[in-house]
Write a protein of this length. Structure first.
Length: 401
């Protein structure tokens, strides 16, 4: 059975060209770039080239790029550094819909005596800039807001947030794991101080990422020890991963707008079909301002886990939210923050496409999923099976989240 992979916000397939680029550094060119001898030291050129490729995608200077193990390390480094580098400040502002890497770290910092403000979102998952501005104080060390939400694809007004923080003299970090490679990012025009990204979200392997640190931004390194990465991130360089990330960024830059348009058309067709053919289905998130590859749809009165299991039997891969929280039985904190009703929040499915998604794969999902939803509805004790068309739905609101 062919696998239809629509879980690309969790991870992506390594592009064959990326694999080809990294293979020499897993086989013949296995030296340590920090070595004095030529066999290892000559690999420094490959790291420098990859740094230039990442910087070209982000429109920044190569020396502002520090390689990490991924988005989580970048997020934690940024949050930890903002507090350590500004010991006189003790306030963090974030949103209620951040990835667990940011959300959990901010709450941990709160337990250590810092003050935390978590901004709400509206029913479409959008932030209110006036609430952000009102929350800023002289004690604010950092604002950390994601560029695009990993569950709904909602894109936040990063340009406006960055300019507001710059005007107030507050450091701004953006978890941009879902945005880089999918949206245009120009850090020469957008005054972000710290930005984290992850390779496995744009067809590089897992275990490699980068943290952008604007020139002049103070940094307290999370990883200390050796001199690697300009002294900002110790540890022997993952040359194969670094080269792979550089190649992935080069490929992402080649036809960003054209590829986005093709992916958006596939996503929209998937959405239209499922919302038409599956009664009591709803789209979660801002339909006009989100990632081109992401659709989050709730199928009311049924469990998302059951939908995923039956789709898996058909070879279709999707998710019920963030892969980093999929082991939890708790409903999505993102959808709860948006006020999605109980009858829908547990039945939410995230479909996320990539440049490898084919038309015929979308055809298969459109054909196979509606019967699955119908079958599960017949088994659900909450499903309004006998409801007349147009009649109001009696939702079991007494069952609390």
């Amino acid at each position: 059975m062919k696998t239809i992979y629509l879980d690309n916000n969790a991870t992506t397939a390594v592009d064959p060209a990326v694999l080809d680029a990294m293979m020499p550094f897993l086989t013949t060119d296995y030296g340590n770039a920090s070595s004095m001898h030529a066999f290892g030291g000559r690999l420094r050129h490959n790291i420098d080239q990859a740094r230039e490729q990442v910087a070209a995608l982000l429109h920044c200077c190569p020396e502002e790029i520090v390689f990490t193990s991924g988005g989580t390390e970048g997020d934690i480094t940024a949050i930890n550094s903002a507090l350590l580098a500004q010991p006189e400040k003790h306030h963090i502002i974030t949103s209620r819909v951040e990835h667990p890497a940011v959300r959990t770290t901010c709450r941990m910092m709160q337990k250590r005596g810092n003050r935390l403000t978590e901004l709400p979102v509206d029913e479409l998952g959008r932030l209110n800039l006036h609430q952000l501005e009102a929350a800023l104080t002289d004690d604010t060390a950092l604002v950390t807001i994601m560029w695009a939400n990993n569950e709904t694809g909602v894109v936040f007004p990063i340009q406006d947030i960055a300019e507001l923080c710059r005007a107030k003299g507050v450091q701004f970090h953006s978890d941009s794991v879902q945005a880089v490679g999918k949206l245009p990012v120009n850090l020469r025009k957008t005054p972000i101080d710290l930005l984290s990204m992850s390779g496995h979200k744009l067809h590089a392997p897992k275990g490699i990422g980068a943290l952008y640190i604007r020139k002049g931004t103070p940094l307290a390194p999370l990883m200390t020890g050796g001199h690697q990465e300009f002294g900002k991130r110790a540890g022997t360089e993952n040359i194969a991963g670094i080269v792979a990330l550089g190649k992935a960024c080069e490929l992402a830059q080649k036809d960003l707008s054209g590829e986005n348009e093709r992916i958006r058309r596939l996503r929209d067709r998937l959405e239209r079909t499922l919302l038409r053919d599956c009664p009591d289905a709803r789209l979660n998130g801002d339909p006009d301002n989100r990632l081109p590859n992401t659709a989050n749809i709730s199928f009311e009165f049924i469990e998302g886990e059951a939908i995923l299991l039956l789709m898996d039997e058909k070879g279709i891969c999707a998710s019920s939210g963030s892969a980093c929280t999929s082991g939890s039985l708790e409903p999505s904190h993102v959808l709860r923050a948006m006020g999605v009703p109980f009858t829908a929040v547990h039945g939410s499915i995230r479909f996320s496409l990539s440049r490898f998604t084919a038309d015929e794969e979308i055809d298969t999902v459109c054909r196979e999923l509606p019967p699955i939803i119908k079958r599960l509805r017949q088994l659900s004790p909450f499903s309004p099976k006998d409801r007349a068309p147009g009649a109001p739905v009696e939702r079991p609101e007494q069952i609390r989240l």
